[in-house]
Structure formats: structure tokens, C-alpha cells
Design a protein around this ligand. Structure first.
Ligand code: HXC
Length: 260
């Protein structure tokens, strides 16, 4: 696949997507949203990447937000449409069948923080910085920040970041549960790759069901969510991976999963 504002490199079923607009600190304009959307809609379950890593080009910025130059003159209806495009992308990432890891290599501001929030796991370089600075511009987040941030770190801490627009460093983000890990910049992609490699060596069908169970279950009450888990657990026993995984354990050998 060829893209205008991205590069995609696939090794061993792990795709690394690098957002590449360095002159604007990788800010998200409509073209970049469309490029990213293509990665997630045109990559199919079994043929596509088993893990996708999203990062930004350069050492300074993951994504410095939605593109302010492009937004400045929007009418209300155009702004609504732009927000909707971003929401569709974030949802495609969240509902992508396989895990998505954000490797946050610098500024993750506004739409950049929202992009990281839509990923399953966030690994931050020590120089990463996070904020939802929209109130500085007289607007609110429009790619899900008011919703996913509160769900991830809790209402009180989310509201403080959203009201003040304060920028926090990687250590503070870690303390709040906004990121899973903080590593030196030069180890960032290596760490993301290691995690991705660990994941692709597990039963792929089960990994996909885990994502599904957690995502959908969190939207249900506990009884329904537990029932849902029971159904998905049962379904695993219709997979070749369950047969192979358990047989391999009993035969004391590594499993050869097929992802079905
Ligand atoms: C467009 C941007 C940009 C952005 C940076 N640039 N962020 N262009 N949109 N979000 C551009 C700058 O204009 C500049 O271009 C170049 O990138 C380098 O940035 P500098 O400001 O010179 O760098 P520095 O002084 O190091 O400051 C870095 C920064 C700052 C702290 C990240 O650029 C900044 O505050 N950016 C804006 C962050 C922000 O407010 N993001 C939220 C946007 S609203 P030139 O041409 O001058 O070299 C949002 C809403 C999402 O995301 C929802 C939408 C529906």
C-alpha cells in the first residue's frame, strides 16, 4: 500500500505505521486521517498484520494534534465533518481485530493524545509529552478525548487535564495509567517490537477474542459481561488454536498456532 503521509513496514506480521509530516510535527490533516483509515480498513484479519504499531517520524513528535492550519477556517459543519472523520478512524483502531500499540516518541497533543488513547497499549519514550490543549484554542477535543481519557484515567484526572490543557511528561502519564511503559527514546521501537513479538507468539484467535471481550465487556454490566466472556470462552474450543495449544502443552513442546 502507498500512502501520502505514512510509511508502513511489515516484518513477521507486525506492521509499523509511521506518521510522516515532520514539518508540521506529524499533525493530523484530512489526508493523514484518510491514510490511517486505509491501513485499518484494507488490512484483513488473517492476511493482515497480527499487531500494528503506530509511531511518529522524527524524535520530537508523535502527533502534535489535529492540523490547526487546516482547522482554522472551518465552518461549523466542516468542523463537525472533520471530527466525524477522526472519530471513525479512532473507532477503526479500537475495533481492529488485532492489537494496536502506540509507540509515543514525543509530543502527543490534542488529536495525537486521542490517537494514542484509541490504541490498545501505549509505550512512551522518556521525552513523550501528553496534553489535551484544545481549551487554549477555544475548542474541545473532537476525536474522542473527552470520552476515552476519562474512561482510561478516571473522571477527576481527565477533567483536570481537559480544563487546564496542562502538558504532562511520560513519568506523570505512567503514574496516571495513561501509558503502560516508559523507555528511553532509542529503545522505544525495540520495546514495542518485543511486546508485539511476544503477542504474535500466542494463540492469535485467543488474542483477538481477548480484545473483543475487554472492549465489548466494558460497555456491559458485570453479569452480562461475564456471560459474554463465557460465550467467547466456549467459542475458543471451536478453534484449531485451542486444540493445538492444549495438545502442545501436554506433549511438552511449543505450540504451532494457525490463528483459526
Ligand atoms: C499544525 C503544527 C501543529 C498543529 C505544530 N505545528 N503543531 N501545525 N497543526 N497541531 C507546526 C508549527 O506551526 C511549526 O510550523 C512546526 O510545526 C514546528 O512547531 P513549533 O511550534 O515551531 O515547535 P516548538 O516550538 O518546538 O513547539 C512544539 C509544540 C507546539 C509545543 C508541539 O508546536 C504546539 O503547541 N503545537 C500545537 C499543539 C496543539 O495545540 N495541538 C492540539 C490541536 S487541536 P512552522 O511552519 O511555523 O515551522 C486538536 C483537536 C483534535 O488536536 C480534534 C479535532 C476534531
Amino acid at each position: 500500500m502507498e500512502f501520502k503521509n505514512l510509511t508502513v513496514e511489515t516484518t513477521n506480521n507486525i506492521a509499523t505505521v509511521t506518521i510522516n509530516r515532520p514539518a508540521a510535527l506529524n499533525a493530523l490533516n484530512e489526508q493523514t486521517l484518510a491514510d490511517l483509515q486505509r491501513v485499518f480498513t484494507e488490512t484483513h484479519d488473517n492476511d493482515g498484520a497480527q499487531v500494528i504499531i503506530i509511531t511518529g517520524s522524527g524524535k520530537k513528535s508523535f502527533v502534535a494534534g489535529a492540523d490547526i492550519v487546516a482547522m482554522q477556517q472551518l465552518s461549523a459543519l466542516e468542523a463537525r465533518r472533520f471530527s466525524k472523520l477522526g472519530h471513525e478512524l479512532m473507532r477503526s483502531i479500537e475495533t481492529y481485530s488485532n492489537p494496536v500499540i502506540a509507540a509515543v516518541n514525543g509530543f502527543a497533543l490534542g488529536g495525537g493524545c486521542e490517537l494514542a488513547l484509541s490504541c490498545d497499549i501505549r509505550i512512551a519514550a522518556e521525552n513523550a509529552r501528553f496534553s489535551q490543549p484544545e481549551v487554549n484554542l477555544g475548542v474541545i477535543p473532537g476525536f474522542g478525548g473527552t470520552q476515552r481519557l476519562a474512561r482510561l484515567i478516571g473522571k477527576g484526572r481527565a477533567l483536570e487535564l481537559l480544563f487546564t490543557g496542562d502538558m504532562i511528561d511520560a513519568a506523570q502519564a505512567y503514574e496516571m495509567g495513561l501509558v503502560n511503559k516508559v523507555v528511553p527514546q532509542e529503545k522505544l521501537l525495540e520495546t514495542a517490537m518485543e511486546m508485539a513479538t511476544k503477542i504474535i507468539n500466542k494463540g492469535p484467535y485467543a488474542v483477538r477474542q481477548v480484545k473483543e471481550a475487554v472492549r465489548n465487556g466494558l460497555e456491559m454490566d458485570l453479569d452480562r459481561a461475564n456471560q459474554y466472556e463465557t460465550e467467547l470462552f466456549g467459542l475458543c474450543f471451536a478453534s484449531l488454536d485451542q486444540k493445538e495449544g492444549m495438545l502442545a502443552f501436554l506433549e511438552k513442546r511449543p505450540a504451532n498456532f494457525v490463528g483459526q
